[in-house]
Design a protein around this ligand. Structure first.
Ligand code: ARG
Length: 562
């Protein structure tokens, strides 16, 4: 039974002028837990009852049936309820034990589809921290939506098309070597790309050549296609190493190229509806009614653009997946693009465009400076993740040299640390990439929570504890009560994270739960002989279970020993 429902029910019995739902809406959380668990403010009754709110509060507190509560007291204009800790703690613990990892599972989604456009790096370019954010946020959202009962389709919309492939082909044919590309694909391809862009300044003919090669690619010329395929394959080998490290999988790698032959339909609809306008030879859609700059759909040479491919992509997803939401985990710098995309599709008459959500996120800095390849302020993902793992490993060596499978644990801790740090940040804010802070066992970090989890496992092992959903557990101290309230909150937090497309709510929840447990642990000798011992262990067990599940939603593992 929901605590607020219970209280509203009891209040409705003694308040005539408000029904239970109205009372439910008025209930608040007191400013501090010393004042009580839930408060009813009496202000709104003052008019009808023609009495001071203080007097009304005192009157209600007097009349209420307090058998379900530890205490009911009026404090000023509030009626404060102290819930029955002994009773509720037992109920909550039992529910967690009974449901196991299904605790918090909801059926809002009823199996409907949500597509998630995530990661989506560009072929022949380095995998950036922006792509890392997109990968980690998209993956967490997928887990959260699934916990809400949706089905998700994780799509890696690779940047594998565009004029830059023409440039790359020309550069490769002029200066490249197969061996060099195979040895270090992205590094080498990037060098070629940088070089041709520099040389074009003095030799504009290179640009025409590149356009020609891209045209060949678009027309399916075998040599161009083979080169493109090779660049793509080699780049994916590198990207896949990062995905393996991160433990992230995709349902589809359909990127921009996949839509190359699927753009006509959208353009045709625009033409039929008279939405395309000519502007200096190019075709645009006016978006003034949306307060947006016009969308450029086709260049004067007939070439399509990023947005043209995204239109085809969205139409394909609507048709293929019948999504209830089409989510794009992409950096803030593309906000305008997604606003325009949505607006164009809306003008085309697609109502599902209302279900497109740009889950945007802020920039990552390093040493508080903007990242810049040119200035050498860069984060190379693969070596950085390896570094996180090795730092985790030295901390484990120092703390627990006897630990079995140290490498697996170091992997879970190092990678988990980077992911957690990203996810605990409100996604619209950026953050400074600080490996030291990420892998620290202190502070609001992934390792802090993983450590709390492993500590509980060690307590449970020592006690040889076997949880039972039929046993009767009961606790009534202040520290365990904080944990109980958090455990009870888990489903609501998941729902809020899902509604707001915001994994940081889960991350913050996990931090609070780990902190509440550590406080409990500092106050209570869990293993001491006492009639409460089993209840304490059951509480610890339930905490660990929910911590593990919260971290799982974030894509972070929980080693049993650390
Ligand atoms: N490849 C793009 C980039 O790296 C991100 C693609 C995002 N997804 C999309 N459907 N436009 O900036």
């Amino acid at each position: 039974m929901d605590n607020k429902q219970l209280i509203a029910g009891e209040l409705a019995k003694v308040i005539d002028s408000l029904d239970q739902d109205a009372i439910l809406n008025l209930l608040e959380q007191p400013k501090s837990s010393e004042l009580g668990d839930i408060a009813f403010p009496a202000f709104s009754l003052a008019k009808t009852e023609r009495k001071a709110p203080q007097a009304i509060a005192a009157d209600i507190a007097d009349k209420i049936d307090s058998t379900h509560f530890d205490k009911v007291a009026a404090t000023g204009p509030y009626v404060n309820f102290f819930l029955n800790k002994a009773e509720i703690s037992g109920q909550v613990i039992k529910e967690v034990i009974k449901e196991g990892s299904d605790y918090g599972q909801q059926d809002e989604g009823k199996g409907e589809n949500i597509t998630i456009d995530m990661s989506s790096p560009n072929i022949a370019k380095p995998f950036s921290v922006g792509h890392l954010r997109s990968t980690v946020i998209g993956d967490a959202l997928s887990n959260i939506f699934r916990k809400m009962g949706y089905n998700t389709i994780k799509i890696n919309h690779l940047g594998d098309w565009g004029k830059q492939f023409g440039l790359l082909m020309v550069a490769y044919k002029k200066w490249g070597s197969q061996a060099a590309v195979e040895a270090n694909p992205i590094d080498e391809l990037l060098k070629l790309y940088v070089r041709i862009n520099a040389e074009i300044e003095n030799d504009p003919a290179l640009d025409d050549e590149a356009r020609l090669w891209f045209k060949k690619l678009e027309d399916g010329d075998p040599e161009a296609t083979e080169l493109w395929q090779w660049f793509r394959d080699e780049s994916l080998v590198e990207f896949n190493r990062i995905y393996d490290l991160l433990g992230v999988e995709f349902d589809s790698f359909n990127g921009e190229a996949f839509y190359n032959d699927k753009m006509d339909e959208g353009i045709q609809i625009l033409e039929e509806k008279g939405l395309l306008q000519e502007s200096k030879g190019a075709s645009i859609v006016d978006l003034e009614e949306f307060n947006l700059p016009p969308a450029l759909i086709k260049k004067s040479d007939g070439a399509t653009l990023y947005i043209t491919r995204d239109m085809a992509t969205a139409m394909y997803r609507a048709r293929t997946y019948h999504f209830v939401k089409n989510v794009y985990a992409v950096g803030q710098e593309q906000s305008n693009h997604f606003r325009q995309l949505k607006a164009v599709l809306k003008k085309m008459g697609f109502d599902w465009s209302d279900d497109m959500v740009h889950v945007d996120f802020g920039l990552v800095t390093k040493n508080r400076q903007k990242l810049s390849t040119r200035k050498g302020n860069i984060i190379l993902l693969e070596p950085t993740l390896q570094e996180a793992i090795s730092r985790a490993k030295s901390q484990i060596e120092a703390k627990n040299p006897e630990l079995e499978n140290k490498d697996d644990v170091a992997h879970a801790v190092g990678v988990g640390a980077v992911k957690f740090y990203d996810l605990k940040t409100d996604r619209r804010n950026g953050y400074d990439f600080d490996l030291e802070a990420m892998v620290s066992f202190e502070g609001e970090t992934g390792p802090y929570i993983q450590y709390a989890y492993a500590r509980i496992q060690s307590i449970l092992r020592k006690a040889n504890f076997a949880p039972s959903a039929d046993a009767s557990y009961s606790l009534n101290d202040a520290e365990s009560w904080e944990i109980i309230k958090l455990l009870q909150d888990f489903s609501r937090v998941i729902k809020r994270a899902s509604d707001n497309f915001d994994p940081s709510l889960i991350a913050k929840y996990a931090i609070s739960l780990a902190q509440a447990f550590n406080k409990y642990y500092a106050h209570t000798r869990i293993l001491d002989d006492s009639p409460e011992r089993d209840s304490r262990l059951a509480l610890s067990y339930s905490t660990a279970l929910v911590l593990k599940e919260a971290l799982r939603l974030l894509g972070v593992e929980t080693p049993e020993k650390m």
